[in-house]
Design a protein around this ligand. Structure first.
Ligand code: GDP
Length: 365
């Protein structure tokens, strides 16, 4: 399953956030495909469309879709040189598909900062630099291998050499691989290199409990936003402390707490949605009397593979999918009405799923 790794310097609030994630507690029984590992937290994806479908169908139960966050043990400066837990840290990052980078934006004299003062941009750069140095090593190794062939005008080697030197130049300027512009063809080769700084990132600015109602007043947050804008990354502002409290609440109680704070959506819910998008995921629904349920697929998945997410038999025996968009279904008020209006389509093996499709799969057993 695709996962987002939570990284950050020591004492920035990673464990506090991860606690909130595990406490918000998706019932793992519902998600047998999820990893059972103390460093993995399963989160349910909040989706108001699921509530609307539930009101319409009145099923026995409703199951949101879920995905995983992975807690990655603390980085130390010098990770790329293999110091301390450094190597392990880098190999864990290699295994995740996207990165949530937690940055300390709260001031609290009781919580020591590893570098002695709060400075989110310096903190971001410490970690980014370790990742860049690790990537630099991979790229230089590869350059050593293709350089000679490239000089001999070997076409493939030249193609790769051009990409590698472009990357090396970016790294020399302390820029991540994701900031480099490539053609689609080049991009394919770069993806195959599994560079750490090619992974999509979102920054999680952790502010103090009393700042969450007016995050714009926090200068550190502004700094992180400016920095993130430069590399086209998103910023989510949370207070990890408060998220821990919110995570213990549900339904009306949770809403009341949020209303009291004067915020619309918990930071964790915002983070979950942003990470879901960052991973390139989307949702389709099944809506039967027994169960209304949201399912996760990668953008661009075809109908049989989407069926396979529910059950491998569904994919193997796939015949057709009966599909109506969420909007057409809810505009018409019921499945039957949508059918009468001609909004329910029969789609075959080549159909590329769209976010919000409500599906009934037909298959042979
Ligand atoms: P980690 O080392 O990044 O996992 O950081 P922790 O989650 O263990 O947090 C380090 C310390 O900072 C703990 O004492 C937390 O209680 C505290 N902390 C985390 N988030 C906040 C916050 O939003 N406000 C305040 N005041 N303290 C926080």
């Amino acid at each position: 399953a695709l996962t987002t790794g939570i990284v950050g310097l020591p004492n920035v609030g990673k464990s506090t956030l991860f606690n909130a994630i595990t406490q918000a507690g998706a019932e793992s029984a519902n998600y047998p495909f999820c990893t059972i590992d103390p460093n993995v937290g399963i989160v349910e994806v909040p989706d108001p469309r699921l509530d609307t479908l539930t009101k319409m169908v009145v099923p026995d139960k409703t199951v949101p879709t879920a995905f995983e966050f992975t807690d990655i043990a603390g980085i130390v400066e010098g990770a790329s040189k293999g110091e301390g837990l450094g190597n392990q840290f880098l190999s864990h990052i290699r295994q995740v598909d996207a990165i949530s980078h937690v940055v300390r934006c709260f001031s609290d004299d009781n919580v020591t900062h590893v570098s002695g003062s709060v400075n989110p941009i310096r903190d971001i750069q410490v970690i980014n630099l370790e990742l860049i140095l690790a990537d630099m090593e991979s790229v230089e190794k590869r350059i050593g291998k293709v350089e000679k062939m490239a000089r001999q005008k070997d076409k493939d080697a030249l193609f790769e050499y051009e990409i590698l030197t472009k990357l090396r130049e970016a790294f020399e300027n302390e820029m991540p691989a994701r900031s480099v512009e490539f053609t689609n063809e080049q991009e394919k080769l770069v993806d195959g290199m599994h560079l750490l700084t090619q992974k999509p990132v979102l920054y999680v600015a952790n502010v103090g409990e009393d700042e969450i109602t007016d995050v714009d007043a926090n200068d550190y947050v502004q700094q992180v936003r400016e920095f993130a804008k430069e590399e086209n990354s998103e910023v989510i502002v949370i207070s990890a402390k408060i998220e821990e409290e919110i995570a213990e609440l549900e339904g009306a109680e949770k809403q009341e707490f949020l209303d009291d704070l004067g915020i619309e959506e918990s930071g964790l819910d915002q983070l979950i949605k942003a990470a879901y998008n960052l991973l390139g995921l989307e949702t389709f629904f099944t809506a039967g009397k027994q169960e209304v349920r949201a399912w996760t697929i990668r953008q661009g998945t075809r109908a049989p593979q989407a069926a396979g997410v529910i059950h491998t038999d569904f994919e193997r025996g796939f015949i057709r999918a009966e599909i109506v968009s969420y909007k057409d279904l809810t505009d018409n008020g019921s499945m039957n009405a949508a059918k009468e209006a001609g909004k329910v389509r029969l789609e075959g093996k080549e159909y590329v799923m769209k976010d919000g499709d409500v599906v009934h799969f037909r298959f042979n057993v």
